[in-house]
Ligand binder design. Structure first.
Ligand SMILES: Cc1cc2nc3c(=O)[nH]c(=O)nc-3n(C[C@H](O)[C@H](O)[C@H](O)COP(=O)(O)OP(=O)(O)OC[C@H]3O[C@@H](n4cnc5c(N)ncnc54)[C@H](O)[C@@H]3O)c2cc1C
Ligand SMILES: NC(=O)c1ccc[n+]([C@@H]2O[C@H](COP(=O)([O-])OP(=O)(O)OC[C@H]3O[C@@H](n4cnc5c(N)ncnc54)[C@H](O)[C@@H]3O)[C@@H](O)[C@H]2O)c1
Length: 467
């Protein structure tokens, strides 16, 4: 019952913290109340991308004469759902649980609560409790859940959250989506392709935090796919009638009828029943951390729950840094949390990559032009038509896309890149390396993209910037 490190939450982040500390020679236990693997494995990243992938491949084939003729027939919805089920491991976690065992990490199933400094109480499904003590640290990696707004009638109408969308057993005939951020845009893309008649209520526009051209392109393409995108529309009341139909009233007096309503307006931290009050912290709030991801002495928070970047890869990056730092402290070795140090999470601030798997895909890293300006940087913004690159024209007939690079003029390095277009996802890591490496533009001229690939966009952006 005594370990060096106790991790509450066995999502991707908790698993990685535990793995790093065990690899560093410490002992670790993780506490999990649902499935080992967390939101990402069963209700978020993996199943949603599986829902999107088949229709994306079909669209790609249909954009190419020769292939188009072979891609006859409709999407096999049952086949897509079955593939999704397998990517969600049929909502069973034996595989991940046995990985924990093989990695030498102890697993306690149940609700974890902080009972005091470095003490965690676990309540199992049968009500039994165990008390665990941490010699070095307790790490909170409890993630986040869908946020439900206070719209009259919404809770009673039993709305879908991202969990229901990701694990849907059938495709609703009519689906209304509240919120057009990442979840709303991806699920509108997925369910429209699967055959739903989708209405997307985009109160603040589609993907409003991205570069403005992103929202324009994705909106246009969603509309082409038959999605009714209502920019500026806000739901003010929801009601499910006895026949099961949901009625969504909007602020401008419209009523939209649907079979399901999906709420996708952001996340809330899983910190409500965590015993935070026992350390003088407020339950239900995001955990504020310092540059070592420390909340208070002996308590750390990584992943969604610290709200730094709600993405699996970024949470795992935090997990690696934090796990290694805990090991270093335990061994009395120096902890390097200075900028880009071994135990720092510097990339969280200005170098976060993200891919939104809409049609077209959106891939970005670092700052948008607006964010760079707000941060006080003296910038130059370079735009280029991605479809004008030879590799893109070859990739798909009528390829349409756009690229933007934001340059910090004082340092002549790239601080942000956004790409929108078919299959741009795999292009973003090159941009991430340029941003994180702070590669001077003069040196980038020597990074020659292969011909004829879409990566030639790099050369075009440099040419447009000038030497
Ligand atoms: C629909 C959707 C799609 C997404 N797609 C992507 C994507 O494509 N790429 C990407 O990078 N990110 C994506 N994300 C974000 C990604 O899912 C999260 O950033 C990631 O899951 C966070 O990992 P985590 O380990 O911090 O938390 P989680 O994955 O939420 O795991 C936390 C774990 O802690 C457990 N837990 C919580 N409280 C307790 C407690 N008190 N005791 C015991 N256990 C507890 C939970 O049961 C859960 O298993 C998506 C999110 C959503 C909603
Ligand atoms: N491919 C990916 O990387 C991926 C996919 C899905 C989710 N995620 C992560 O999951 C997190 C949650 O996604 P999300 O889409 O729920 O949140 P989000 O913050 O991306 O988008 C929520 C949207 O809802 C709007 N909104 C907020 N309150 C509203 C209200 N009351 N009524 C109507 N609209 C409202 C906001 O303007 C925003 O555009 C994101 O932070 C994202 O990083 C990532």
């Amino acid at each position: 019952m005594e370990y060096d490190v106790i991790v509450i939450g066995a999502g991707p982040v908790g698993e990685n913290v535990a793995d790093r500390v065990v690899q560093g020679g410490l002992t670790a236990a993780v506490v999990e109340r649902e499935l080992v693997g967390g939101e990402c494995s069963y209700w978020a990243c993996m199943p949603t991308k599986a829902l999107l992938r088949s229709s994306s491949a079909l669209r790609a084939a249909r954009d190419l004469p020769g292939a188009r003729e072979a891609a006859v027939g409709d999407l096999d919805v049952a086949g897509v759902l079955a593939r999704r089920d397998s990517f969600a491991s049929n909502w069973k976690d034996d595989g991940q649980a046995s990985w924990l065992e093989s990695a030498g990490i102890a697993l306690y199933r149940g609700q974890g609560r902080i009972a005091g400094e470095r003490v965690v109480e676990v309540t199992g499904a049968d009500g039994t409790t165990s008390t665990l003590t941490a010699r070095q640290a307790v790490v909170v990696a409890t993630g986040s859940s869908a946020l439900l707004p206070d719209i009259p009638g919404l809770r009673e109408a039993e709305p879908w959250t991202s969990r229901d969308a990701a694990s849907a057993k059938a495709v609703p005939g009519r689906l209304v989506i509240l919120g057009a951020g990442v979840v709303g845009s991806e699920m509108a893309t997925a369910f429209a392709a699967l055959g739903s008649s989708v209405t997307l209520l985009a109160r603040d526009g589609v993907l409003p935090l991205a570069e403005p051209f992103v929202g324009e392109r994705v909106t246009e393409s969603l509309r082409k796919a038959g999605v009714s995108v209502r920019s500026g529309a806000e739901a003010v009341a929801v009601h499910r009638d006895s026949a099961g139909t949901v009625h969504v009233d909007t602020a401008d007096g419209e009523r939209i009828d649907a079979d399901e309503v999906l709420v996708a307006i952001g996340r809330t931290p899983n910190t409500l029943d965590l015993g935070l009050e026992n350390l003088g912290l407020t339950p239900g709030t995001w955990l504020t951390v310092d540059e070592s991801l420390r909340v208070v002495d002996g308590l750390y928070a990584a992943g969604d729950v610290n709200r730094r970047a709600l993405l699996t890869h970024q949470g795992k990056y935090q997990a690696r840094a934090l796990g290694d730092a805990i090991v270093a402290r335990a061994k009395g070795e120096p902890v390097e949390t200075g900028r880009w140090g071994r135990h720092a999470v510097t990339a969280d601030e200005r170098a976060v990559p993200q891919v939104v798997f809409t049609d077209p895909e959106v891939a970005s890293v670092g700052l948008t032009a607006a964010a760079a300006e707000a941060a006080g940087l003296r910038t130059r913004v370079v735009d280029y038509d991605l479809g004008a690159v030879a590799g893109a024209a070859l990739h798909a007939d009528g390829y349409q896309g756009h690229a933007r690079m934001v340059v910090d003029e004082d340092r002549r390095v790239i601080v942000g890149v956004t790409l929108v277009g078919p299959d741009v996802a795999e292009l973003i890591h090159a941009a991430t390396i340029a941003v994180v490496g702070e590669v001077p533009l003069d040196r980038l001229w020597h990074a020659v993209p292969a011909f004829p690939t879409v990566s030639e966009i790099w050369l075009r952006l440099l040419e447009a910037y000038g030497r």
